[in-house]
Design a protein around this ligand. Structure first.
Ligand code: TRP
Length: 404
């Protein structure tokens, strides 16, 4: 008996070491996130070169840097969206944000920068859900504070450059009701408690708001939730760009869609943007030194990058020259691969830094330049966003030229 007990303990230990947890509320792993394992676990597909080639052909422009660098790396039925688009059929985009903090960090910008590109490249309408209700329920924020944050975050989102003639931004507290709520109830009737327990891990201790919330995030995938935008277009397809931690919501949505007579939403999913301290999860809004914020000054960025960015450089210059940097773990190189648009320059840095000719101080210096430029551009754009513009994006209105 003693012996058997030992074995179980060892196995449990091993299991724990390997464990990575990826849910919409928690991303944790002991080491690097194993994205291949996630793809298998979640049942999505890898985005391959042939799909990128098709995007290039259909949009007549170089695929976005996030596609070229495999930042958006997984999908569900993206090929079907492209098939339909090729036949001349339209689709719409749906993405969102849970407004849990005042200032956005770079990781928060990733899906919006990418969605803006998709909107421009495919010329399609976009709905953006601000889940003030979600954050109120999960983060213990008051209703009023969640509403305020939603509006503040809307300004940052608008600053990413969305086209007001093709974009509807809504907050759940304001918009849920009518056709949207009817779809929520239809979804809720299809999903048992056992099912959400399986997908999201809810237990008997979780309050009932959490159990019902997945229906709120599901239904923007259905065109009939927006009668002012898509009247009589119940078959219109939906493409959701998101980070892969949102996949569970859409697994549930795709499961119920056919039963309600809707198309399954297609997904295009990104990696997490790593914390400055290294690639073990996504950045945490609660540790100010783990992330670069869009409100950081040049000095802040410089200090954070120089002091906290985990380096794959070696402990001495001699060793560095001899072995070269370990690019697998180097955060400055990772960040540049997200935000340095110039493919040739990135390749040059890969060669030089990877072989030890370029030093850690040099790559960090280049990163500080790239990030401050990005943050400065964002700050300037956000300063121009007025309350009237927020109202205009959030007005419940038809978008007559949304496919042009
Ligand atoms: N749950 C997301 C968050 O916490 C917000 C969200 C709502 C979302 N709908 C979405 C994200 C659709 C991506 C796609 O940030």
């Amino acid at each position: 008996m003693e012996y058997a007990k030992e074995i179980v303990t060892e196995e449990q230990k091993k299991g724990e070491e390997e464990e990575q947890v990826v849910t919409p509320w928690e991303v944790a792993s002991k080491g690097k996130i194993d994205y291949d394992k996630l793809i298998v676990e979640f049942g999505c597909q890898r985005l391959d070169q042939s799909l990128l080639d098709r995007v290039f052909k259909l949009t007549n422009r170089q695929p976005h840097v996030f596609l070229r660098r495999n930042v958006f790396f997984a999908h569900r039925d993206f090929n079907e969206i492209l098939d339909a688009y090729e036949r001349g059929e339209k689709f719409y985009l749906y993405t969102g944000r849970g407004p849990s903090s005042e200032a956005l960090h770079l990781g928060h910008l990733v899906p919006f920068m990418f969605t803006k590109y998709l909107q421009d490249a495919f010329k399609v309408p976009l709905v953006i859900q601000l889940t003030d209700d979600e954050k109120c329920m999960w983060k213990n924020l008051s209703v009023e504070e969640s509403e305020r944050l939603a509006r503040e975050n809307a300004k940052d989102i608008i600053a990413c450059g969305f086209d007001v003639s093709r974009t509807f931004i809504f907050s759940d507290f304001d918009y849920v009701g009518g056709a949207f709520y009817k779809n929520m109830v239809k979804v809720a009737k299809c999903v048992t408690y056992n099912k959400v327990h399986g997908i999201f891990g809810f237990t008997g201790e979780d309050h009932i708001g959490k159990v019902f919330f997945p229906a709120v995030q599901a239904v923007p995938s259905f065109p009939s939730s927006f009668p002012h935008l898509f009247p009589g277009q119940d078959k219109l397809r939906c493409l959701v760009p998101c980070a892969i931690d949102q996949d569970p919501y859409f697994r549930m949505t795709r499961d119920v869609a056919p039963r309600l007579g809707y198309s399954k939403p297609a997904l295009i999913e990104s990696l997490f943007f790593p914390a400055l301290q290294g690639e073990t999860g996504k950045m945490s809004a609660s540790d100010a030194n783990s992330a670069i914020y869009v409100t950081d000054s040049y000095k802040d960025i410089q200090t954070k990058v120089n002091r906290y960015a985990f380096s794959g450089g070696r402990e001495s210059v001699e060793k560095h020259r001899e072995l070269g940097a370990n690019l697998e773990v180097d955060i400055p190189f990772k960040y540049l691969s997200f935000f340095l648009d110039d493919d040739e320059e990135l390749e040059h840095i890969r060669e030089e830094y990877g072989s030890g000719r370029m030093l850690t101080g040099d790559i960090k210096g280049r990163l500080v330049e790239v990030l401050s430029e990005l943050v400065e551009r964002h700050r300037a754009a956000r300063a121009l966003v007025t309350d009237e513009m927020v109202d205009a994006f959030m007005a419940v209105r038809p978008l007559p030229n949304m496919f042009k």
